[in-house]
Design a protein around this ligand. Structure first.
Ligand code: AMO
Length: 430
């Protein structure tokens, strides 16, 4: 009988546990330097870098060659990370061609963005890329950890749908066994139905937007961190939850990703809130032009408001609540005291929309009325409406764009820089 045994080489990040021991590790040759009779190799894996001191001059290694290394871990204060590998036996597992399509010893952002995106399978090996990749991983882990701690349940909703969830305009149509179907623009309708089952739900998943514009903040596919919660008082309950969740994500990721201390924002105990109408007033006064009739905030308005929140409150975050009904989807709860506005909000982070959320309608009759008013059919929404017909609590939720968060944290000016293989107007490969 044969058995399957879990046995993998040590990660470079684990090596400090093995001082003075011989270990098996593996990775890619990051750099090679020859000095006297000695080769100084820097070995890299997904967890870090380590210097290998190698006396065998016969072994000629090029950057990105994949090797397995058996060596002794020694303390060396002059080495980066305080340890080195000595007495190394190196086995080549796979040769790398040279020259490389992109220079990994150069600074990460050196080449132009299109060149970098085309070379992504190699460029993503750069230690600077690994930094944001690992930060993204830990932000998602922090999202899950925080919500599980608050009694939320993770769900997985369909991504091929019979109807559009947000609006008809930016939806990808797919051919589905001879019928028309759509790629999910969000898990909106499904997370609401599931809040009617479990009360507190969340999802981490891909969503698809047929964005016809080539902007620095839009992707055709992005990762949406979605939350839906039942028994709220109004949208302010959801806003309080947004603050808790983001603070939980940041605390978690800050602790788990060393060397990223500069990136983390200050999250005030109470994030400042302004009404949409007040925001337009401020922007109009600030920019010296009348934007008071606008139905939405333009990117330049968000940027101005971000700076204003920083100056006024020392806050990287600003809630704008009460967006006009005309600009929000049919499921949005109107503000009972000012029905032209809604109980919805956006959260701006460093001058850019990061989160959208709000209270939803929860009475069946209000859905029928809202759909009628917008000239929308109930066709395809029968299952969704059934939930409201048979008892839905007051509820609300929000969605956070993961790539926007990472791009903002890292100070990237383009969202594609925080996306491993971005999908946009032009890019379908790699
Ligand atoms: P919304 O459409 O505003 O709301 O999307 C929520 C958040 O997702 C991010 N985002 C994007 N990121 C990258 N590329 C895009 N094309 C893109 N579009 C949006 C933004 C945005 O704030 N169902 C509602 C949420 C809710 O009310 O629960 C929704 O999807 O960061």
């Amino acid at each position: 009988m044969s058995t399957a045994k879990y046995s993998l080489p040590c990660l470079i990040a684990e090596l400090p546990q093995y001082i003075d021991q011989r270990v098996v590790t593996a990775g890619w040759i990051h750099t090679v330097r020859r000095l006297g009779g000695v080769q100084f190799l820097v070995l890299r894996d997904g967890s870090g870098l380590i210097q290998v001191v190698q006396r065998d001059q016969a072994l000629r290694l090029h950057p990105e060659t994949v090797v397995s290394v058996v060596a002794r871990v020694v303390r060396e204060t002059r080495a980066p990370g305080g340890i080195e590998l000595h007495e190394a036996d190196i086995t080549v597992l796979a040769e790398a061609d040279s020259p490389l399509p992109i220079d990994l010893s150069a600074s990460y952002a050196k080449a132009a963005l299109p060149t970098r995106l085309t070379a992504a399978p190699i460029l993503l090996r750069h230690p600077e890329a690994v930094k944001w990749l690992r930060m993204t991983d830990q932000l998602v882990a922090g999202f899950r950890h925080t919500l599980h701690g608050l009694g939320f349940v993770e769900i997985h909703t369909p991504k091929i749908l019979g109807t559009a969830t947000e609006s008809g305009s930016n939806v990808f149509e797919v051919e589905y066994f001879g019928r028309k179907a759509y790629l999910a623009q969000s898990p909106q309708l499904y997370k609401q139905m599931m809040a009617g089952v479990l009360g507190r739900v969340f999802e981490v998943g891909p969503v698809f937007r047929a964005e016809p514009h080539d902007t620095a903040r839009h992707l055709s596919q992005y990762t949406s961190l979605d939350v839906e919660v039942a028994f709220i008082s109004d949208h302010r309950t959801v806003m309080g939850l947004v603050r808790e969740v983001i603070a939980g994500m940041v605390d978690w990721a800050r602790e788990k990703t060393p060397n990223t201390q500069d990136f983390w924002p200050e999250i005030l105990p109470a994030i400042p809130i302004i009404h949409f109408a007040e925001a337009l007033d401020l922007v109009s006064n600030g920019l010296g032009e009348n934007f008071r009739a606008e139905p939405d905030l333009a990117p330049a308005h968000e940027a101005w408001l971000g700076q204003w929140a920083k100056n006024q409150y020392g806050s990287d975050f600003l809630f704008v609540e009460g967006y006009p009904t005309a600009k929000r989807p049919f499921y949005t709860h109107p503000d009972p005291s000012r029905p032209q506005y809604t109980r919805s909000f956006d959260l701006l982070f460093r001058g850019q929309e990061l989160v959208t959320g709000g209270q939803r309608l929860h009475q069946y009759r209000n859905y029928v009325e809202a759909l009628q008013k917008r000239g929308m059919s109930t066709e395809g929404l029968e299952g969704y409406l059934m939930a409201f017909q048979y008892g839905m609590p007051p509820h609300g939720g929000f969605a956070l764009g993961l790539e926007r968060l990472v791009a903002r944290l890292m100070g990237f000016s383009n969202i594609r820089e925080a996306t491993i293989f971005p999908r946009d107007l032009k890019r379908l490969t790699p």
